[in-house]
Write a protein that binds this ligand. Structure first.
Ligand code: IPD
Ligand code: CA
Ligand code: CA
Ligand code: CA
Length: 269
């Protein structure tokens, strides 16, 4: 078994275990929902319990690796070339309202490059997995991006950062324009599932600003292994901590990139 396959299997074990925690807490966290300083930026007992389970499994198997987890921050050996980017509950707002669109997202970066990704939606029991060179799967069956090649025939998905009230650098202009230029724009509320849905062809493209590495690390390799493209808004190399991402089936990538650049000068990178 290759190392990547081992990493993939341990990430899968962690994501499935965390998914059990999320299903157990669902509908029972009302007394344990707090805001993390910004209106609407929630954290629940489930986020913390899920993260605890994941950290225990990753640390047990890979004590030398470094970790970036949403609720705990940086942990472990920060000089390691292996970095686990962990979102224990992606879609907390949905979860707190029992809106069934949330997931566990676990990505592994090797020398800064996403190589392994697992995204698990426990409510729908959908397990998305990928590793560099090993392909992308949904519930263990291979998946591929869509073949839509015209923006006017595409369905897109996006999201809005928690600081959208505080900054003009929000996503509103892009959302309006692209709603007119496409068959629709969805706002799912879980960035990792947005990327998983690009990977399996349910949507044709996804863009977002104000996003963190733990939101996208797993989804990036998933989209790439499913045949899609992931870049910065301008089509250049993606910096995972830049806060922005453009991921598509590849066929609409240039047109969506150009539109994002035209719509708002603030998008021009
Ligand atoms: C959020 C979700 C949402 C996205 C936000 C993220 P969280 O993650 O992925 O879809 O629009 O930017 O912060 O806080 O629910 O893990
Ligand atoms: Ca998230
Ligand atoms: Ca989260
Ligand atoms: Ca959060």
């Amino acid at each position: 078994m290759t190392n990547l396959q081992i990493f993939l299997d341990i990430a899968t074990e962690a994501a499935l275990s965390a998914g059990v925690v999320l299903q157990d807490y669902l509908g029972k966290v009302e007394d344990a929902i707090t805001e993390k300083g910004r209106p609407g930026d929630l954290v629940t007992a489930a986020d913390k319990a899920s993260e605890k389970v994941i950290l225990e499994i990753i640390n047990r198997h890979f004590p030398q690796h470094s970790i970036l987890a949403e609720e705990s921050g940086k942990l472990g050996n920060q000089t390691s070339e292996y970095l686990w980017a962990i979102d224990p509950l992606d879609g907390t707002t949905n979860y707190a309202h029992q809106y069934p669109c949330f997931a566990v997202s676990i990505g592994l970066l090797i020398q800064g490059v996403p190589k392994v990704g697992v995204i698990y939606d426990p409510f729908h029991n959908e397990l998305f997995r990928a590793a560099a060179g090993l392909g992308a799967t949904r519930n263990r069956r291979p998946i591929k991006v869509s073949q839509t090649s015209e923006l006017s025939k595409s369905l897109l998905v996006t999201g809005f950062a928690y600081d959208r009230w505080e900054t003009k650098d929000n996503n509103y202009a892009e959302f309006c324009h692209l709603t007119h230029l496409t068959q629709g724009v969805r706002r799912g509320g879980s960035a990792s599932l947005d990327l998983a849905y690009v990977a399996c062809g349910r949507v044709d493209g996804y863009w977002e600003r104000g996003i963190a590495p733990w939101d996208i690390a797993a989804g990036i390799i998933l989209v790439q292994e499913a045949g899609g493209q992931v870049t910065a808004y301008n089509g250049g190399d993606l910096q995972i901590d830049s806060g922005r991402i453009l991921a598509t089936n590849g066929y609409i990538h240039n047109s969506l990139s150009q539109k994002l650049m035209q719509i708002s000068p603030l998008s021009a990178w």
